[in-house]
Write a protein that binds this ligand. Structure first.
Ligand SMILES: NC(=O)c1ccc[n+]([C@@H]2O[C@H](COP(=O)([O-])OP(=O)(O)OC[C@H]3O[C@@H](n4cnc5c(N)ncnc54)[C@H](OP(=O)(O)O)[C@@H]3O)[C@@H](O)[C@H]2O)c1
Length: 279
């Protein structure tokens, strides 16, 4: 059953794998229409055969503003409007902050932050004109917390969270809703697609120790992307969706601990910090 019994139109980036692909399949399965974006869209041919015209596969690179604009134009030409934008495409980089090269750091920002901005700039004129829409911003538990080895990945997700906190108030008057989706570890191609920094031995006790521990995580520690997609569908169907949406118990507990630690710093250092007011 679709939202309020109506057919929804989705614009999903990173639609060929993992969470994006499951979201695409779930939306199509309930009768919605999807403009599915990725660089290599041949991976969607099975869904294309199954769902025909309800799926519009569009090869575009989120790093390339022009190709994103063209994809949005084609989606609107085919479907007339966009109800949900899933700004989901992204990848990870593992290594100490010092280990990541300038090129690696810029590359992950190019996809995870500037790609997200390209999608926003291309879709917001459509959503504003319509006077409705729901943007799902692809964040992570690393949008609120980080540990050794994920500094650059977390930097991109924190950036998405910061710009989204401003965006919410900017687009709300136009009837556009925004939700940061914060998945915990999910069994997708994310790990296989990880970029790795060149190792500096001095980080063996921290970054490599974390890497080893992560490598030993049992399969049960990972959510299934199909379950994550269903949880996302449920929030899309809410009349008043949240600004932040943690997916899975791991994401929730890690972010809760990080937020409590932040609050503790604020409280414990309040007196000293307020001396800056000069009173
Ligand atoms: N898996 C996790 O544990 C986890 C946890 C928290 C958050 N997340 C977030 O969830 C999102 C989806 O990740 P996933 O786990 O589903 O990963 P995935 O299985 O590796 O899928 C990534 C998708 O993004 C697309 N993509 C990558 N770069 C692109 C680009 N420049 N332009 C267009 N499409 C691009 C890929 O297709 P092409 O390569 O064909 O372009 C693919 O469809 C990411 O933002 C990730 O940070 C994942």
């Amino acid at each position: 059953m679709t939202k309020k019994g109506t057919t929804q139109t989705w614009f999903i980036t990173g639609a060929t794998s993992g969470i994006g692909r499951e979201l695409t399949a779930a939306a199509l399965a309930r009768g919605d229409r999807v403009a599915a974006i990725a660089r290599r869209v041949d991976a969607l041919s099975d869904l294309s055969e199954r769902f025909g015209d309800a799926l519009l596969s569009l090869a575009a690179d989120v790093r390339d503003e022009q190709s994103v604009r063209q994809a949005v134009d084609q989606a609107v030409r085919r479907f007339g409007s966009i109800d949900v934008v899933a700004n989901n495409a992204g990848y990870g980089l593992f290594g100490a902050v010092e280990e990541a090269t300038d090129a690696q750091a810029r590359a992950i920002f190019d996809t995870n932050v500037f790609g997200v901005l390209n999608v926003l700039r291309a879709t917001l004129p459509v959503l504003r004109r319509q006077g409705f829409g729901h943007i799902l911003q692809g964040s992570s538990l690393y949008g609120q917390t980080a540990h050794p080895g994920v500094g650059l990945l977390a930097a991109t997700k924190y950036a998405v969270e910061g710009l989204t906190d401003a965006l919410v108030g900017e687009v709300e008057p136009f009837g556009v809703k925004v939700t940061l989706v914060q998945p915990g570890p999910t069994a997708t191609a994310f790990l296989a697609n990880l970029d790795f920094a060149e190792q500096i031995d001095e980080y063996d006790g921290t970054v490599r120790a974390v890497q080893e521990a992560l490598g030993k995580l049992p399969a049960e520690a990972f959510m299934q992307p199909a379950d994550a997609a269903q949880a996302i569908m449920r929030v899309v169907d809410c009349e008043q969706p949240p600004r932040r949406y943690a997916l899975g118990a791991q994401a929730e507990s890690d972010m809760r601990a990080a937020l409590q630690a932040r609050l503790a710093d604020l409280q414990n250092w309040s007196k000293l910090g307020q001396t800056a007011d000069g009173k």
